[in-house]
Each structure stands twice: as C-alpha cells, then as structure tokens.
Design a protein around this ligand. Structure first.
Ligand code: FES
Ligand code: FES
Length: 156
C-alpha cells in the first residue's frame, strides 16, 4: 500500500504494509540508517525519532498511524535550535562511547528541554530513563543536557 509521510520536512512516498514499523521504513526503504534498531520492542530507545516534536519509538510506530505528522530523525535534528544546542553540548562533554544508543539519546533530549527548559538531575534521569546506554554514558548525558539548557537560557 502506498503511504506518503513527511520526513525531515520532505514528503516521502513508500509502498509497504500499513503495519510496517516506521523504523523499518526509515532504515530499509528510505536508507536513513542514523536511527538504530536495538530491541524492536519499545524497551531500549535506540530507535527514537520525533513525531511532531514528541520523542517516539519508531520500532513500534506503524506507518499507517503517522498521517500528516512531521517525522524528524537524527539526520535533521541539528537543523532545529534545540537539536543544534544538544549536539554542541554532546561534543563539548564528549558524551559518545560506542555510539549505538546515541542517536536515540539525542532525539530524546531536545524533546525533554521543550517541555522542561531547566530540568533538574532527577528530571533528566526520569525523562531519559527509557534510553538505555550499555556503555554507561549517563553522567555525561546529564551534564550535556544541563549545558544545553544553560545555553538556551543565555540565548546562545
Ligand atoms: S529498538 Fe525501539 S525501543 Fe529498542
Ligand atoms: S554509547 Fe555505547 S551504548 Fe550508549
């Protein structure tokens, strides 16, 4: 069945079954491999994208549920103000270790700041708890999110 979804501001037409998860469409049909497959069962957060600005697990989001919503992936999050601040803060704190979980982490963090511009450590831990990092980069993730929040408060 044909579907047209808006990915990173561009309409993309795909021909797949309606229950095909968005993650499969992004990676296997559209060739956008920045979004990662981890568990395929909404448990790890590696596949996180944003749908209308909300952090969403693409592995359990069927293509026929997306409709006119805007899908944003790791390939384009740096074009948003919040996404660019998060990516700069990630570099500043050298957050990444193996990197596998990191696109999901980076997609969740701006969504957190959009709803809570000055999160406490506890707020960050709670909001990011669904994004599992086997390398244990949680302390650096927390510091990077706080740095991005500060730079937003200063207008930087
Ligand atoms: S791959 Fe989607 S939550 Fe793990
Ligand atoms: S950086 Fe390796 S799993 Fe998170």
């Amino acid at each position: 069945m044909a579907f047209t979804i808006k990915v990173n501001g561009t309409p993309r037409s795909v021909d797949v079954d309606g229950d095909t998860p968005l993650l499969w469409v992004l990676r296997d049909v559209l060739g956008m491999t920045g979004t990662k497959f981890g568990c395929g069962a909404s448990l790890c957060g590696a596949c996180t994208v944003q749908i209308d600005g909300v952090a969403t697990r693409s592995c359990v989001t069927p293509i026929d549920s997306i409709g006119c919503s805007q899908v944003t992936t790791i390939e384009a999050i740096g074009r948003t103000d919040a996404g660019a601040k998060i990516q700069r803060a990630w570099l500043e704190h050298e957050v990444v270790q193996c990197g596998y979980c990191q696109s999901g982490q980076i997609m969740s963090a701006p969504a957190l700041l959009a709803s809570n511009p000055r999160p406490s450590d506890a707020d960050i831990d709670e909001a990011m708890s669904g994004n599992i990092c086997r390398c244990g980069t949680y302390v650096r993730i927390r510091e990077a999110i706080k740095l991005a929040a500060q730079s937003s408060a200063k207008g930087g």
